[in-house]
Write a new protein. Sequence first.
Length: 466
Amino acid sequence: MSYAEEAVTVAGAVEYSEEEREMGTKDIKSLFIHYSVVTFWGMLAQAVMVIAEGIIIGNALGRSGLATISIVMPIETLNLALGTGLGIGISSLAAIKLGDGDEEGARKTFSTVFWFMAVMMTVFSALVFFNAGTVAAFLGAPAELVNECVIFIRAFMFGLPFCVLGQILGSVLRVDEKPGIASFAMGAASMTALAILYYGVMVLKIGILGAGIYYGCTLGLSFMAILYFLFNRDTIFKIRLSDLKIDFSLVAASFKIALPYLGFQAAIFISTLVINHLLGRYGSDLELAAFGIINSYIAYTVMIFSQTMANGLQPIASFNYGAGKPGRLLELLRSGIRIHLLVLIVVSLPVVIFAPAIIRLFAGGDAELIVTGARAIRLFTCLTSLGMTAYFISCYYQSVEKVRISIIIGISRYVVVIPLMFLLSSVFGVMGVWYSQFLSDLLAFCLAIGFIVKEAGNLKAQQSGL
């Protein structure tokens, strides 16, 4: 289906029967590429937005602005954990029910968990807003940056509920076989948010407040995809007021599937806290600013490519798992892992080669920051293609309800990297923090490949038994 054909469905589309749904019938490799590529255009807009954001903040707010972003980045991690994680949980459960022919079950899963998250995120954001100072201290903000962090946090909290719900809507759009609409919503939100950042920071000169507003708009504006679910008569995914009477069994089932991604992001959250505290202990705002560039912009952008392919894999894997088609799952695994690894190598290699030039874009002419950042980014990125492939494999297990294995693979990198950082930093200082990153990527990849070899054997056995 072309993007133009998908866009027409906003006004009115033909409803697919179970037998006609492309996720269960079309060539797996081409279907995976199609879903990944269509999703990529929206994610590309987000990647461009993230890079431009770093350039604007680095040049307008300097080292202190980048250090502030580094400190508050765990809140963005939380945003991604809840939005993407619950999006995966809801959409996977809905896709499994669709594959099993239960359309009303798929619809109710979406609607009831949507309402649950709307209420919970509103309450959570209010609590963080009124306790922003305590949150900033918990995140490791030094005394001179506490005020900047509080301003950022409070501005971000206004948009956080919409950010989380917008990501959930995008995941369900892909299950409804409308990846083009999801991609358009994300792309439009990204470009609009970037314009808001530029105007706030460069024109109005409101400093870190402009960055906080921007973070609330980036994914928050993608909430406009709600119009599809409200006004498209042909989609089965209707949001109904009757579902405000929450079915907690569906909430629990969605959270269970989401657990691996929530665990993955929780591990990132803890790892980022540890890095911020270790850099504060062994370094200065120079190292914090370097980490701010790497974590908030470079690593985040590389991860966008991995997340794009995970988003392409997830609805296809869940649907065929629900439909009982192990042969298609095996083919999806083989094609998906190879394509993912190749793409991540192509994306990360230029970062290693051109590290000084990349850091210079964000450093605002700070020569010390360029040298420190270039050295750190090479160690962070040299084996990231392996670490992200482990994450991609974890997403497969999540999509087929093998939650325990998905969690083990997803957090393995951080189970290794956190003690490594403490150990190596006690010996090498700041450099020990950087050294630990590529070692953990390698170990996580080896573990993931061990699991996937066993999974391939099980799928072959199931296929032979059919």
